[in-house]
Design a protein around this ligand. Structure first.
Ligand code: ZN
Ligand code: ZN
Length: 285
């Protein structure tokens, strides 16, 4: 679960535990730091560690300071049998930030009724029911969803995918690129996209309006595989939402695989309509 605004975001994670078998929170905290260091490939700048209380539990709080400032709370809720990690990331730790932390901590209830935290309206979109949510990740500052639709035909497999992704605190994390989306794509995203879609190449680029923002729309294609040749079409739409300070990037694709040397073709018009229809359902703020 995640809450975001222009200059901060907050993330709540939990893990279920067995009665009397929960690891000490200090161990959970260490594992968390190790994971951060592994992801960042460098030492995490720890600014402080101390114990505190959240709701009715003993908790540990970790302070990190780099380009952003973080407070991360760890505790074990014996009542709901969960380890809870509550993470605040701010541009600056000022009095407003401290007030937000206070308010969230004071209203946080990890057991009793349902876990409840205030959430603002998130971005929405609509997909045809034939699509299934296949993968979903919430990383630091980055969230993505992958939806896939499979269709089988004799000697062919057709697949459509929607990769919906956003990056928060864009004006801080991508200070030099957030205003130039092609540059952002080139420097910050294309490598990741190529890991998922090998052989992807974009050929053309146009500008369009998405939910009031100017977006860059790129079209491309790809081909891979030796015995089972695969043809793919791609459309990527990337925009900056000032309202939530996020960079959204959405890639729709269609893939067809057939044993070589059968001819393989994707109906380009149908793919284009599908991509456009999907993009038109997005509300980003
Ligand atoms: Zn609790
Ligand atoms: Zn927006």
């Amino acid at each position: 679960m995640r809450i975001e605004a222009e200059n901060y975001f907050l993330e709540v994670k939990w893990e279920e535990t067995q009665p009397k078998k929960a690891k000490p929170i200090s161990e959970i905290m260490e594992a968390f730091v190790k994971k951060l260091e592994k992801d960042a490939k460098q030492k995490v700048p720890i600014h402080g560690k101390r114990s505190t209380r959240v709701f009715e539990h003993e908790a540990l709080v970790l302070s990190l300071k780099s380009v952003t400032e973080e407070r991360i709370y760890f505790w074990h809720c014996e009542d709901s049998l969960r380890i809870i990690i509550l993470r605040f990331v701010f541009k600056l730790m000022d009095t407003t930030s401290q007030t937000i932390i206070r308010q969230v901590l004071d209203s946080f209830k990890c057991h009793g009724e349902e876990m409840s935290v205030w959430t603002p309206p998130e971005s929405t979109f609509k997909v045809p029911p034939s699509f299934q949510l296949t993968d979903r990740k919430m990383l630091i500052g980055r969230t993505y969803l992958l939806l896939i639709e499979h269709k089988l035909a004799p000697f062919a497999e057709r697949r459509r995918e929607i990769l919906f992704e956003y990056n928060s605190m864009a004006n801080i994390r991508f200070e030099d690129e957030y205003k130039d989306l092609s540059k952002w794509m080139e420097k910050r995203y294309l490598k990741d996209l190529k890991k998922r879609y090998r052989g992807i190449k974009f050929q053309s680029s146009v500008e369009e309006k998405i939910d009031g923002h100017l977006a860059v729309v790129k079209k491309g294609a790809g081909r891979s595989g030796l015995t089972t040749r695969r043809s793919s079409l791609y459309a990527n739409t990337t925009w900056y939402c000032e309202d939530l300070n996020r960079i959204y990037t959405v890639t729709t694709s269609e893939h067809i695989a057939r044993p070589w040397p059968l001819r393989r073709r994707i109906d380009e018009r149908a793919f284009e309509d599908f991509s456009k229809d999907f993009i038109s359902t997005i509300r980003c703020h």
